[in-house]
Ligand binder design. Structure first.
Ligand code: BTN
Length: 255
């Protein structure tokens, strides 16, 4: 499925770890971080048997799914710990733009914090995890590229979309992987040098702004109108009482 010499040639600054099948590429990258292995490292696999999503969810992937994890030293990348939440938005933006370019699609949007939607269905997700010692960032990305969603469980099929199914053609996995990785690294660099340029691009693609949303945050359930994303990456939701700034939470519903 992948052309390793080509990928190594096009991403010379990264250590590359390809596996045929793994439980989760994020787990491999986290193990590498804890073993103090050198970053940046790109781990990717043909298949994941136990892919993980945000909020303890499973991430279903199948043949043709792009699944990879990037292990980074955020500090060396000019990204101190306090900027990691915004880094997670920047990663979603990078994946969104990659899809726009590769598929020439104009209807790709971002659902806070970093889900990628195509025509109202979920196309891709990002799971950012960290290790404390040493301080490392693991960015896991799953994109339904050539995935045939007909073989997915009902609950996945109903709310998901793949590029292959949507555009009725197949996409080159090498190109997608290299483009997504390059785009993520470029956006993170931009965050360190010109952070003010990142959020306007994110806001232009926000799926939730102006919609009624229900957000489950660790403290409470908040329902109201989404006002968009603040400078620090928090989601702003107005109910009859106040404007809530949500830094961590799951979007349960939006209409
Ligand atoms: C989400 O939308 O909930 C996030 C999904 C992230 C899935 C990717 S696939 C590669 C990496 N390995 C994992 O186990 N998860 C991430």
């Amino acid at each position: 499925m992948y052309d390793l010499p080509r990928i190594r040639g096009e991403l010379p600054e990264l250590r590359i770890d390809w596996r045929e099948e793994v439980a989760s590429t994020n787990d491999i990258a986290l193990e590498a971080a804890r073993a103090n292995e050198e970053a940046p490292l790109l781990v990717f696999a043909d298949r994941q048997s136990a892919g993980r999503g945000r909020g303890g969810n499973r991430w279903w992937s199948h043949d043709g799914s792009l699944t990879f994890s990037l292990l980074l030293d955020g500090e060396r990348f000019g990204l101190p710990t306090e900027r990691w939440p915004i880094a997670s938005l920047a990663v979603g933006l990078a994946v969104c733009q990659t899809v726009e370019q590769q598929a020439e699609a104009t209807t790709v949007q971002l659902k806070w914090p970093n889900d990628i939607y195509l025509d109202g269905r979920k196309l891709a997700g990002v799971l950012v995890e960290t290790t404390a010692k040493p301080k490392r960032l693991v960015i896991g990305v799953g994109v339904n590229v050539n995935t045939r969603l007909a073989s997915a469980p009902d609950e996945v099929r109903e709310r998901s979309v793949s590029l292959g199914d949507h555009f009725a053609r197949s996409f080159d996995m090498n190109t997608m992987l290299v483009a997504a990785t390059t785009s993520i690294l470029a956006r993170l660099e931009q965050l360190a040098t010109a952070p003010e340029d990142v959020l306007p691009l994110w806001r232009k693609r926000c799926l939730l702004t102006g919609r009624q949303v229900e957000i489950e945050s660790p403290q409470q359930l908040i329902a109201g109108e989404c006002l968009g994303v603040a400078e620090d990456g928090a989601l702003l939701v107005r109910d009859s009482a106040t404007v809530h700034r949500i830094v961590a939470g799951v979007v349960r519903r939006f209409t």
